[in-house]
Design a protein around this ligand. Structure first.
Ligand SMILES: C[S@@+](CC[C@H](N)C(=O)[O-])C[C@H]1O[C@@H](n2cnc3c(N)ncnc32)[C@H](O)[C@@H]1O
Length: 206
């Protein structure tokens, strides 16, 4: 797969700003799924940015691989892990070029990783494949209604998600939760204010 994403420079420019783009606390929806996590589980945090979610997973005792295409973001993620005294495995990867491990992870976490079709389906299929049987995907993203808000996310309807799209992408998983909510985001400087979110928890059949 080739990746024509024009935003890489923008991400590097953003991560060059001081501080953590979405704060250093975990995404609220992810933290609310703590009951699904056990120490020792192997987790993959995709497009993990500057590491707030990967580091939180490591703090729960999971073995975490945090991947992102931005070298600056991954540097910051490693620094955050060191400052919290946890181990975080990090790798700078373009997820379109990466050799995704097969049937490896107990948990895959995808928070605000937005792609337009057909790139979305291709990456979501890789998330499914990289899960071990019985493993779970935890995903939060903006819905298409986010275009009416200014609290973050792509300004491109195609790169915002609907329940139908996620149901189709993850048809091979048992969907345990899939819901939409309009809520107030308070995640660092880049996610502030009313937002339209979609949340998914899905399990790969054993
Ligand atoms: C909105 S940020 C989300 C960061 C993180 N998940 C969080 O919630 O704090 C989207 C991230 O996707 C990363 N990204 C975009 N395209 C990518 C690709 N092809 N491979 C790996 N990472 C990518 C960007 O570098 C950026 O860090």
């Amino acid at each position: 797969m080739t990746d024509p994403d024009p935003y890489i420079q923008t991400w590097e420019e953003r991560y060059a700003l001081p501080g953590y783009l979405y704060g250093s606390a975990p995404n609220r929806f992810l933290a609310a799924q703590a009951h699904l996590l056990r120490p020792g589980m192997h987790a993959l945090a995709v497009a993990d940015g500057d590491g707030r979610n990967g580091v939180w997973l490591a703090e729960q005792g999971l073995r975490v691989l945090s991947v992102d295409r931005s070298p600056l973001a991954i540097e910051k993620a490693a620094a955050l892990a060191a400052s919290r005294g946890v181990t975080l495995e990090t790798e700078v990867v373009d997820l379109f070029q990466w050799r995704w491990p097969v049937a490896t992870f107990d948990v895959v976490v995808s928070i605000f990783f937005h792609l337009a079709s057909p790139r979305r389906e291709a990456i979501h299929a890789r998330m499914v494949r990289t899960l071990r049987p019985g493993g779970r995907l935890i995903l939060e993203a903006f819905t298409k209604r986010q275009l009416q808000f200014a609290s973050g996310g792509p300004r491109d309807l195609e790169a915002l998600y609907s329940a139908e799209e996620l149901q189709a992408d993850f048809a091979d998983l048992e969907i345990e939760r899939l819901d939409e909510a309009e809520t107030e985001l308070d995640e660092g400087a880049f996610h502030q204010g009313p937002a339209a979110l979609i949340r998914l928890v899905a399990r790969k059949p054993s």
